[in-house]
Design a protein around this ligand. Sequence first.
Ligand code: ZN
Length: 537
Amino acid sequence: MTLALARKWRPRNFSELVGQEHVVRAISNALTQNRLHHAYLLTGTRGVGKTTLARIIAKALNCETGVTAMPCGKCTACVEIDAGRFVDLIELDAASNTQVDNMRELLEGALYAPTSGRFKVYIIDEVHMLSRSAFNAMLKTLEEPPAHVKFILATTDPQKIPVTVLSRCLQFNLKQIPLVQIRGQLENVLGREGVTFEIPALNLLARAAEGSMRDALSLLDQAIAHGGGRVEETSVREMLGAVDRGYLFSILNALIRGDGPALLAEADRMGARSLSFETALQDLATLLHRIALAQTVPGALADDEPEREALIALGRAFSEEDVQLLYQIALHGRRDLGLAPDDFAGFTMTLMRMLAFVPVEPGAKISTHPAPALPAEKPAAAQIVERSAAIETPRTLKKSGPSVANARPIEAELSDWRNLVGRIKVGGMARMLGDNCEFQGLQGDNIELVVPEVHKHLLEKTYTDKLQAALGDYFGRKLRLRISTGGSGKTPAEIENQERQAKLARAIESIDADPFVRELVENFDARVRDTSIKPIQ
Ligand SMILES: [Zn+2]
């Protein structure tokens, strides 16, 4: 069940284009005043709306109501451009047409008058990929363009475009779309689609999209499928491999208590669940930022903010200086994570730095998200040292990819695809692609994967490239991905889903079976934390 929201909600006029107000204003003014340039260059990272904007410009130039900043969307030209079948709009992806022959052929056509429109519009995407000779061929036309020709060039990498071409284009730089605007658009789309959602879930999605509306909508598609028709925080968190806030609240509470063992136990639990420590540090910084807000501008927190109470309570437990300091430490910890022996060491080192620098007031307690105090039978520092030493060895072994890979044949690791995806350094959409693939075989340097039909929209070049690079890094050799659609549905995402369901069913069963068991489980749960720290003593 793929909705393809990105296609469905693709902006069709300037006013629908989110986050590019500065560019839209400049282009609209030029159109209204009929100050038309013959070549435009749209730059910006992927998914910010370059080709969408290019098509809207094409409509603005060819709308039968006249050149306008508000194309009607109803005339033949507008309708055909929206449907991608307007004869005078020629779209070319330079990434797949780097040959000069294509360019010559294309430009020869430019000499003839448009068939049905006012202008012949050439949209050349990823224009920096053109060969030098193709650029030269284009330059001739750019120098003396026929009056009926407009070029709209788009690129993620303007540095690679020859100056001679650049100087003949009117350049517009599209920004990465701010998180708030992406979230707003997701909210808008879900409202109109009639899908129930939780705001924190949208925040997570918007952040994962990293400024790209296309990615945000694509993630939203996934989230709706994953959440069985609704978009809820827990489900989205799980889908994105994001860190459960509960861990972060426990960490901050342990800091308030000055409880080193509890800090490490928390980190250990996160490690056991293969949560990303980098994301954890990022989330911790975000959380600290919100605590600082709660301290200084409580009005900035929305009234319906579900964590409002917890944030205010934490804001009271820490001094403002502490929060600033913890925030700095979290940022530095994240920055230095790549230099740490491994992510676990980097993360726990950051926590210990926090512990060392934040003065603890004895008896400081916080009521929300309480974590039971751990028995400190040894001085905290001694426990930390012993514990990290105990953890260090297996972690390091587990993490350093290539050495493990050399020890195990690459194919054996690949056939344990689910485990492998959990270990390679890949996140976001590329991770999701990995989670939704099945390993088929290894042919020379080609890793063959299949992705189920319903997830084939994950087959974006950027994501496959990232996944491919991560696998290459992990195995320390050049590998190529060949992904086709199909498969038996035994993808890591699917298996995890089934296991989750089974576990849940078992848990419910055992609890339902006997009230005595229920009591035991409750007591056991209360003791779990104790047992988890016993082995080090
Ligand atoms: Zn029109």
